[in-house]
Write a protein that binds this ligand. Structure first.
Ligand SMILES: C[C@H](O)[C@@H](O)[C@@H](O)[C@H](O)C(=O)O
Ligand SMILES: [Mg+2]
Length: 424
């Protein structure tokens, strides 16, 4: 491999005004503007070779993540890709354990989101250099791990026969954001059914009567055999979660997602225990800030679905550890992707999980939201409610430069126009 010295890192604050139409809204995030801190790495070897990475946020505060990326950039610029990937663990620790910056983490919050943006760009760069999609180079260390060894056989078949032909099963969240009207919900859900979707997630948690009405509506539309999931985005305390979800049990949700504070491991364990007799599992992970938290959730039997996120933790590096732990505890991984760019990224991780780790589709599916894919160079491909494996080399999060410029905050034309309207 050429040395590929990283000579420049740029980071931009890119925001989409999704709150205007309530896309992405839930019981805690009532006005999300889907946003990213968008990182581009440049190397000395070839002007056309760049690494693209991002981390997802929901509007205000993206500028803080941008600042954190800038602070971390001194640890990246000047390194060669070869140096980084030949001791990736060392590089990961350099970023996450810097003697001064770790005080503002460690491995949680803004600094962790910034770490993810940079590492996502490094993985993208590495894949482009090797001319591979992201889930491919991950094959190399299989000999080290007994979990991986168990499923070596059948890998080709899983990739070529199943994934390339059928794809990875997905569910949709974009029919039932909390701020959507019943009419919108009905229309989107009917359209999704016609397109072949069979698994649907509904936002709940603000008002019980609204939840009963919306869940009843959607259950009637999708029928008894399709799958329904509900997501409260941390709105309740532990007892409230149990009482509330019990009242929604008649709609047979497969899981309740983020019922309470994302750090309350034992609270999730109590909820899991109380809801198990109703056949409802607990799903969480989109705000689970590092692998140690996941370890505790798994050890405490506090979740039944592991929702990895490609930007919340330290990129592929940390997600690999989480995927392996989930396999050890025999808990299915069902990634979170409700945001901009998350579907593009996380599809690589779930393909890796299926091809090289779990070898199972049982109780597994990857989230999909139908928003903002048109801003990416290699947008996700969905066929018959399945993710079709990406073909372009990289980690799929390069954005169209025109989109970045238009949506850059606060100077892009989209935001200037919104500011103008506000003044009128
Ligand atoms: C603010 C966001 O849209 C969240 O509501 C979203 O990520 C959600 O929790 C999900 O599971 O997709
Ligand atoms: Mg969620």
């Amino acid at each position: 491999m050429q040395e590929n010295k990283i000579i420049k890192l740029t980071v931009r604050d890119v925001r989409f005004p999704t709150s205007l139409e309530q896309h992405g809204s839930d019981a805690m995030h009532t006005d999300p503007d889907y946003s990213v801190a968008y990182v581009v790495l440049e190397t000395d070897s070839d002007a056309a070779l760049k690494g693209y990475g991002l981390t997802f946020t929901v509007g205000r505060g993206t500028e803080i993540v941008v600042c954190a990326v800038k602070a971390l950039s001194t640890l990246v610029v000047g390194k060669t890709l070869k140096e980084i990937v030949s001791d990736f663990r060392g590089f990961y620790r350099l970023l996450s354990s810097d003697g001064q910056m770790r005080w503002v983490g460690p491995e949680k919050g803004v600094i962790q989101l910034a770490t993810a943006a940079i590492l996502n760009a490094v993985w993208d760069l590495w894949a482009r250099v090797e001319g591979k999609v992201r889930n491919k180079p991950l094959k190399t260390n299989t000999f080290e791990c007994s979990i991986l060894l168990k499923v070596v056989c059948g890998k080709k078949n899983r990739f070529h026969t199943q994934m390339l032909k059928e794809g990875y099963p997905a569910y949709t969240t974009s029919c039932a954001w909390l701020g959507y009207t019943d009419q919108q919900l009905t229309q989107l859900c009917s359209e999704a059914l016609a397109q072949g979707w069979t698994k649907f997630k509904v936002k709940v948690g603000a008002d019980l009567q609204d939840d009963i009405r919306r869940c009843s509506l959607i259950r009637k539309l999708i029928g008894p055999n399709n799958t329904l999931m509900i997501d409260a985005n941390q709105r309740w305390d532990v007892n409230e979660a149990i009482t509330w979800v019990t009242k929604l049990a008649e709609f047979h949700p497969l899981w309740i997602e983020e019922p309470t504070c994302p750090d309350d491991v034992l609270g999730h364990a109590s909820i899991s225990k109380a809801l198990a007799p109703l056949g409802i599992g607990v799903a969480t992970g989109e705000q689970c800030h590092n692998r140690v938290m996941f370890k505790q959730f798994l050890q405490a039997a506090a979740l039944q679905f592991v929702q990895i996120d490609s930007c919340r933790v330290g990129s592929v590096n940390e997600n690999l550890a989480i995927i392996l732990m989930a396999a050890k505890f025999n808990v299915p991984v069902c990634p979170h992707a409700g945001g901009v760019g998350l579907c593009e990224l996380v599809q690589h991780l779930i393909l890796f999980d299926y091809i090289s780790v779990s070898a199972s589709l049982n109780n597994r599916m990857c989230e999909y939201v139908d928003h903002l894919h048109e801003h990416f160079e290699s947008p996700t491909i969905i066929r018959n409610a399945h993710y079709i494996p990406p073909k372009d080399p990289g980690y799929s999060c390069e954005m169209l430069e025109e989109s970045v410029q238009k949506h850059q905050y606060p100077d892009g034309e989209v935001w200037r126009a919104i500011e103008q309207q506000g003044k009128q």
